[in-house]
Design a protein around this ligand. Structure first.
Ligand SMILES: [Zn+2]
Length: 328
């Protein structure tokens, strides 16, 4: 299932691109051109991702004078735009945090109805009404546990059938572990997402599609966030329980990028922490996306190129900051 098709969400996650230079800055650029005729007009263009003495700060409200810009640094770059000062980094981070948190309010409304697993299996004739009744009653007596597990343990239903039923329930494919390389997948996203959301990166096909496996409950919100962050198309599906657990064990032992976990009581301190991280690490590129109640900032030490589509084969040079808002 492709998550790129969601027009409304895509619209809200459009990367912040540097605004065109303000009239004031253009005037300064012209002044500079006169002083240093050797600099061609082309270098005055505001091109995302290029930094140099005449780069334009990506903060539309930037109040920094051109002389300062000229002498200034070329990092950090955040979402394709360079920030000339800590103040501009903070302003742009505020806008990005607001954009991501606005999306959260809209998401809370969406609810997806699914036919219960037991009914799917009954409908397919894979279990009898008696088997379902017994498993449901065992589940109730034990105070929980997945119904699929009870059907397997108590009624001898195969794991393969349970997974097939789950895939019908979710209308998604059953994925395989062919070509699974835990070490290559670890840099995809923070270990926390594997642990907290049960998302397992399986492989990247043709440098464009990331297959993301879940054990029981698909999490399209996680898939959407990963899609925004990596630029890859994310296809989600289910993995049979035992295979999932084995693959997960291998993954959590692999080398993940360095990650910092932060809790904040409100939006303002959260924004400051994220902006400070950008100022501290001075990444060549960085991006912010939301995953449920967490904001995920990923920073790349060296520039990513479009051709490799942000696919990384190792975690070196990647740094994650995961911030959650705690109700206070
Ligand atoms: Zn600025």
């Amino acid at each position: 299932m492709s998550l790129l098709g969601d027009g409304s969400k895509s619209a809200t996650r459009t990367p912040v691109r540097p605004q065109s230079a303000s009239p004031k800055k253009k005037r300064h650029a012209r002044a500079f051109e006169v002083d240093k005729p050797v600099v061609g007009a082309a270098t005055l263009q505001n091109t995302p991702g290029t930094q140099g003495i005449l780069s334009t700060c990506a903060n539309p409200q930037c109040a920094t004078g051109w002389l300062h810009l000229w002498r200034s640094r070329s990092r950090p770059v955040f979402e394709g735009g360079w920030n000339c000062s800590a103040t501009c980094t903070l302003t742009r981070m505020e806008a990005a945090v607001r954009r991501e948190l606005d999306g959260r309010r809209r998401e809370a409304v969406a609810h997806r109805h699914r036919v219960p697993l037991g009914l799917v299996m009954l409908e397919q004739g894979w279990i009898s009404a008696d088997q379902l009744r017994q498993s449901l009653s065992a589940q109730k007596k034990a105070g929980g546990g997945r119904l699929g597990n009870w059907l397997m343990r108590q009624q001898g239903v195969s794991e393969k059938l349970i997974t097939r039923a789950l895939s019908l329930q979710w209308s998604c494919p059953v994925l395989t572990l062919d070509y699974y390389d835990a070490g290559a997948m670890a840099p995809m996203f923070p270990r926390l997402f594997v642990e907290a959301f049960g998302a397992l990166p399986l492989r990247v096909a043709a440098g464009q599609i990331l297959y993301l496996g879940f054990e029981e409950n698909l999490d399209p919100a996680v898939a959407f966030a990963i899609e925004q962050m990596t630029g890859l198309q994310v296809e989600i599906g289910l993995i049979p329980s035992q295979q999932f657990q084995t693959a997960k064990q291998r993954l959590v032992c692999a080398n993940f990028p360095h990650a910092e976990l932060i809790e904040a009581a409100s939006e303002a301190p959260l924004t400051r922490v994220l902006a400070r991280a950008l100022e501290r690490s001075k990444p060549a590129d960085a991006r912010l996306v939301r995953v449920h109640d967490c904001l995920w900032l990923r920073m790349w030490a060296s520039a990513r190129t479009q051709s490799v589509n942000m696919v990384q084969t190792e975690g070196a040079g990647i740094e994650d900051v995961i911030c959650s808002l705690v109700a206070g």
